[in-house]
Design a protein around this ligand. Structure first.
Ligand SMILES: [Zn+2]
Length: 150
């Protein structure tokens, strides 16, 4: 696909980039972002030079807006519950072997890490896990009782 020559055309066509063929103020003959009209190459260089600063800014933004971000995420998840579940299922199905292989390899390469992670997870969620197991057992017993009665 050929990129448009002007920003207006890019916006009109719903494209995120355009290419003027002229050098930017820093001499890059590169594509430009339709949203900011900034040179892609300049942005890339800026990102590389300011990686720490950008990361810090993101972290600060995240911290300052934690509640808002969580709320947005929660609402999105709620609204897209089925879609997300379906996507996860499809992804898993399509990549079942790959996922299994990757986790097997990871476990093999990091036996102590995996154990450690499980232990930590267990410690952090001890009550939840116990409760879950208790409910599961109860459910199992109830099922058994039902079957016996039937
Ligand atoms: Zn540039």
């Amino acid at each position: 696909m050929r990129l448009p020559k002007t920003r207006a055309e890019a916006i009109a066509r719903g494209l995120i980039r355009y290419f003027t063929g002229k050098p930017c103020p820093h001499g890059h003959v590169a594509e430009r972002w339709a949203s900011t009209s900034r040179c892609v190459e300049c942005d890339r260089k800026y990102c590389e030079a300011n990686r720490e600063k950008i990361r810090e800014a993101k972290r600060k933004y995240y911290e300052a807006n934690l509640e808002k971000i969580r709320e947005r995420q929660r609402k999105y998840d709620e609204a897209n519950l089925e879609k997300i579940r379906e996507a996860k299922r499809k992804y898993y199905e399509a990549n079942r072997e790959k996922i299994r292989e990757a986790s097997r390899k990871f476990r093999e390469a990091n036996p102590e890490k995996t154990g450690e992670r499980h232990r930590k997870y267990y410690e952090a969620n001890r009550e939840k896990i116990r409760e879950h197991q208790r409910k599961y057992r109860q459910g199992g017993l109830v099922e058994k009782a039902k079957r016996k009665r039937a």
